[in-house]
Design a protein. Structure first.
Length: 363
């Protein structure tokens, strides 16, 4: 039987390759040869050989063929080729899907191992409760796309030590890289503003500022006034430090442990602009427990938390070698232009003492 419409057909072996592909050339000759890989792992015969070259290679055993190949044969070959390409594409898609699943499983395993390693009690992370807090906050951070962070356990007397000692404990770049989160309440908010459902005009805000700075409530007031396009009277913004029990209820974190990651309430966050300019761009803040601190890449923190970035604080000198006189002079000179949210967060140097600035507000 001839695939070309009545011509001769032969089955042949070329070297030690056996093939089964349709051959057609200038004379319209068609043939069939079976194809398989050499047993020794040699070359694989190409499935798309130039038909003319195939006939030349087989000229020593050529046979007469009809003058033309029938339309049905050409259609059969075209159909075979399309089916083969479709099968190849389907196989490729299956392979890509398998690779994707493998990569996803590898990523999940890596995250699981990282979480386990962060939960291990060592000199940086000690205690079962700390491990639970670290694991929970770590999972939240990773979900938000943050991967450059670290938790560090600090000594019990951490807050009794000067900022320079705290910097050394955390191996921070400078004292300016040490920050804290404080909860503010708008005591003059309209009666219908009772929660945090409207970030632009919320009852509460969490402000992240440096320890080497003091809050400028007037700047926050002006920012919120402009944020609301001057539609809310400025007198309706009066930011004060939230009571400790209120802060605990809103955030789920105790005094000196407040962080804006994993809070009980979705409180809008204000990040002081000075923190965004720190070099290197990696800062420290509370980690959910009094003796647990979180270090995080600033850019990733901003992308995850999406805070309002406001010039909300005033940076002053905390140098101890001059007895805090630099901080005293700077604050006493500029005090009339600075509005503090509560008297208890004004540093002692701002009221005339010369023995260094003491933190008497919320840490």
């Amino acid at each position: 039987m001839c695939l070309g419409g009545g011509g001769e057909q032969r089955l042949e072996e070329v070297d030690d390759l056996r093939c089964l592909v349709l051959l057609a050339g200038e004379g319209g000759c068609a043939g069939v040869r079976r194809c398989r890989r050499q047993q020794d792992g040699g070359e694989l015969a190409q499935s798309r050989l130039d038909l003319r070259q195939v006939l030349v290679q087989q000229k020593r055993r050529s046979v007469p063929c009809p003058a033309s190949v029938s339309t049905s044969t050409a259609s059969s070959w075209l159909g075979f080729r399309l089916r083969w390409e479709a099968a190849a594409m389907e196989a490729m898609r299956g392979l890509e899907a398998l690779q994707t699943r493998l990569l996803q499983r590898i990523t999940a395993l890596e995250l699981s191992l990282q979480t386990q390693s962060l939960s291990i009690s060592d000199d940086r992370l000690a205690g079962d409760d700390g491990g639970t807090t670290v694991a929970r906050l770590s999972a939240i951070l990773r979900t938000l796309g943050v991967d450059d962070f670290v938790f560090t356990r600090v000594p019990a007397d951490y807050y009794d030590r000067p900022l320079e000692a705290r910097r050394d404990i955390l191996e921070a770049a400078s004292v300016e890289h040490l920050c804290k989160s404080i909860v503010l309440v708008n005591t003059q908010a309209p009666a219908n503003i009772t929660d945090c459902s409207n970030p632009n005009n919320s009852k509460y805000y969490v402000v992240v500022i440096q320890y080497a700075a003091r809050l400028n409530a007037e700047n926050i007031k002006n920012f919120l006034y402009n944020l609301n396009e001057n539609k809310v009277p400025k007198k309706k913004f009066n930011m004060r430090l939230a009571p400790e029990e209120e802060s605990l209820k809103l955030t789920g974190f105790a005094h000196n442990a407040v962080t804006c990651i994993g809070m009980e309430t979705d409180i809008p966050v204000i990040l002081d602009e000075a923190i965004t300019k720190l070099k290197p761009n990696f800062f420290w803040l509370g980690g959910g427990e009094v003796d647990l601190k979180l270090g995080v890449r600033t850019s990733q923190f901003i992308n995850a938390v999406k805070p309002f970035i406001v010039n909300s604080a005033f940076l002053f000198s905390l140098r101890e070698e001059d007895g805090g006189k630099v901080g005293t002079m700077m604050f006493n000179k500029l005090l009339p232009s600075i509005a503090f949210p509560e008297a208890d967060i004004v540093p002692s140097c701002a009221v005339g003492t010369s023995n260094g600035c003491r933190h008497v507000g919320q840490e």
